[in-house]
Ligand binder design. Structure first.
Ligand SMILES: [Zn+2]
Length: 213
């Protein structure tokens, strides 16, 4: 028989666990960061071209102290060009491939809507990031968003993340030629994912660097 008090403390413990964000995390966009972008959308696994350096970077030991979550806009579904099931299969195969290489992915969140649907999950809105944070108990104030578009940076900022990074891979170079919103705080831009990870590790290990910038 269990004393009543320990049952109560069990529930108190669980309530604390679910209320408090615990894990620092790194959010990654999919197309242009982990796999090559296609202007006519990735519609089938046969069209997936991975970016090898990005996949290798996910295997680095220091990255494993973060939860790693993919957040991807796939309006290709909402436009009726592929089935939701096909998009989910592509995501699952990508996760399997990363895991087979020894890399880590803790979750993948996808917005299947078209821009004109007015959903709250399509980046630059932070819906996907907030949902992941709730599901996986992520501490957004200790988390990072990395993408190849300003909409990724905006989503990360809207979610109140510690930092956001724009990569020059994928659409990044073209995005950099466009003006970004003046309200954006981020000024971190890197050539590739390994360099972005290196910067995150160095900033998180030396808080003084961040406060100087
Ligand atoms: Zn959406």
């Amino acid at each position: 028989m269990y004393p009543e008090r320990s049952i109560l403390s069990f529930f108190v413990h669980r309530a604390r666990k679910y209320n408090s964000p615990m894990y620092p995390s790194i959010f990654l966009d999919r197309d242009g960061v982990l796999i090559e972008n296609r202007s006519d959308y990735v519609r089938d696994w046969s069209q997936v071209k991975i970016i090898p350096e990005a996949i290798h970077a996910l295997c680095l030991a220091p990255i494993k102290k973060y939860k790693v979550v993919i957040v991807t806009n796939q309006s290709v579904v909402g436009r009726g060009l592929i089935l939701l099931k096909t998009a989910q299969e592509i995501n699952q195969r990508l996760i399997n491939l990363i895991r087979d290489h020894g890399g880590q992915i803790d979750g993948i969140y996808m917005c299947p809507h078209k821009p004109e649907d007015g959903c709250s999950c399509r980046k630059p809105l932070p819906g996907l990031l907030l949902e992941a944070a709730k599901d996986l108990s992520l501490d957004l104030q200790r988390s990072w968003m990395i993408g190849d578009a300003w909409s990724d940076v905006q989503a990360g900022e809207a979610a109140g993340m510690r930092g956001t990074i724009l990569l020059r891979t994928g659409r990044g170079a073209e995005q950099l030629r466009q003006a970004r919103l003046e309200t954006m705080r981020s000024n971190l831009v890197f050539d590739n994912l390994p360099l972005a990870f290196e910067a995150i590790l160095s900033i998180d290990d030396n808080p003084a660097i961040r406060s100087k910038s």
